[in-house]
Design a protein around this ligand. Structure first.
Ligand code: NDP
Length: 331
C-alpha cells in the first residue's frame, strides 16, 4: 500500500521533491464502523497549493510528513459499517493512499450507472458546484448579459461558461492555448474565446469581444488577465473571485489591483467565493447539474492521468495548463 506525504512546503512553483512516497500498511482487520477503501480516482486541484503553505487560510494547512488529502472516488473493499457494503463506490475527502481505512464519515455513495466515476470529482462534484453556485449566488445572471470567464478551459471555468449559455448569456472565455479556445467554442458553445498567451493587448481583446461591456466576471486566475477584464466592467457588474492561480506560486506579497477606480465608477460588486459557504445548496445544485448532463445541455472534458505514482506530477501540471477540463488521476 502506497501513501503520498508532503515532505517540504513548496517555495514558489511546487516540485516533485516536495512530495514523498511511502510504503504503508493497512490494518489487517476492521473495527466496528470501519471500512477499507481502495482509491479509484484522485482529484488534483489548484487550491491544494494553498494548503501546502503554512499561511492561515479558510482550510488548515497540510502537516509536513503527513498524507495529502483531496477529493477521491474509492471502492469499498471490506466493511464493518452498516451504511456501506463491499463493492459500493464512495466519494469524499480522503488521503492520497492506494488503500485506507475510514469510519465512513463525510463519504457519499456514488453510482457508476448514473455517471462515470471520475465525473463525481468534476462536473457533478466540487468543481461543478463551484461553477454553479459562484455564478448564481454572486453573479446573479440575467439573460442577455455578458459573462467573461478566466481559466475557462479548466474544470470550473468550462462549466461556468456552459451554464452561462444555458441561462442565455453572451459568454467569453479566456484560456491558454488555441486548442483550448477552439474547444470552448466548438465543444462548450462559448460565443468568444481569447488565448491570453498569444494576445498582446488583453484589454483591447476584451473590449472587442464584449462591445457592450462585461456584466459578470467569473475570475479563476487573478493577476494581469483580471486587470484587463476589469477595464470593461459595466455599471453594477458582479465579479466572482473564485481563484487566483496566476499568483498561487508567487513568493512576493501581492501588489494589489490597479483597477479599483473602475469598481467605484461602475458601482461594481467584487466578492470572494468559497464553495463550502453554500453547503446547504449542494443537493439542489448537484441535482440541476446532473439533470443538465442527462439532458445533454451540459457536457464536460477531463484529463485523466494514469497511475498513483503520477499524482504529484499531475498536480504540478495544473500550473502549466496541461489539463483540459478536470484533471484527475486514475489509480
Ligand atoms: P483548472 O482545471 O482550471 O486548472 C488550472 C488551470 O489554470 C490550468 O489548466 C491553466 O489553464 C490555468 N492557469 C495555470 N496557471 C495560470 C496562469 N499563470 N495564468 C492564467 N491561467 C493559469 O482548475 P480548477 O477548475 O479546479 O480551479 C480553477 C480556479 O478555481 C483555481 O484558481 C482554484 O483555486 C479555484 N477554485 C476555487 C474554489 C472556491 O471554492 N473558491 C473551489 C474550486 C476551485 P490555461 O492553459 O488556460 O493557462
Amino acid at each position: 500500500n502506497k501513501t503520498i506525504i508532503l515532505k517540504k512546503r513548496p517555495v514558489g512553483r511546487p516540485t516533485l521533491e516536495d512530495f514523498e512516497f511511502q510504503e504503508t500498511s493497512v490494518a489487517s482487520s476492521l473495527s466496528d464502523g470501519e471500512l477499507l477503501l481502495e482509491a479509484k480516482y484522485i482529484s488534483v486541484d489548484p487550491y491544494l497549493r494553498g494548503r501546502m503553505s503554512d499561511a492561515k487560510s479558510y482550510v488548515p494547512p497540510f502537516e509536513l510528513g503527513k498524507p495529502i488529502s483531496s477529493g477521491v472516488v474509492a471502492e469499498v473493499i471490506a466493511s464493518k459499517n452498516a451504511d456501506f457494503k463491499e463493492g459500493d463506490f464512495v466519494s469524499g475527502m480522503l488521503e492520497w493512499k492506494t488503500q485506507q481505512v475510514t469510519d465512513g464519515k463525510g463519504l457519499q455513495k456514488v453510482s457508476k450507472d448514473k455517471a462515470p466515476l471520475s465525473a463525481y470529482l468534476g462536473v457533478i462534484g466540487m468543481t461543478g458546484l463551484t461553477a454553479y453556485l459562484g455564478l448564481h449566488e454572486i453573479g446573479k445572471p440575467k439573460a442577455g448579459e455578458t459573462l467573461v470567464v478566466s481559466g475557462a478551459a479548466g474544470a470550473v471555468g468550462s462549466v461556468v461558461g456552459q451554464i452561462g449559455k444555458i441561462l442565455g448569456l453572451n459568454v467569453i472565455g479566456i484560456a491558454g492555448s488555441d486548442e483550448k479556445t477552439e474547444m470552448l467554442i466548438e465543444k462548450f458553445g462559448f460565443d468568444h474565446a481569447i488565448n491570453y498567451k498569444t494576445t498582446d493587448d488583453m484589454k483591447a481583446a476584451i473590449e472587442k469581444a464584449a462591445p457592450k461591456g462585461v456584466d459578470i466576471y467569473f475570475d479563476n486566475v487573478g493577476g494581469p488577465i483580471s486587470d484587463a477584464v476589469l477595464f470593461s466592467i459595466n455599471k453594477f457588474a458582479r465579479i466572482i473571485i473564485c481563484g487566483a492561480i496566476s499568483v498561487y506560486n508567487d513568493t512576493e506579497a501581492p501588489k494589489g489591483l490597479a483597477v479599483q477606480p473602475f469598481l467605484v465608477k461602475n458601482s461594481a460588486l467584487m466578492q470572494g467565493f468559497i464553495v463550502s459557504n453554500y453547503a446547504d445548496k449542494f443537493p439542489q445544485a448537484i441535482g440541476q447539474l446532473a439533470q443538465w448532463l442527462q439532458e445533454g445541455k451540459l457536457t464536460y472534458e477531463e484529463t485523466i492521468v494514469e497511475g498513483f505514482e503520477n499524482t504529484p506530477q499531475a498536480f504540478i501540471d495544473l500550473f502549466d495548463g496541461k489539463n483540459k477540463g478536470k484533471m484527475v488521476v486514475k489509480i
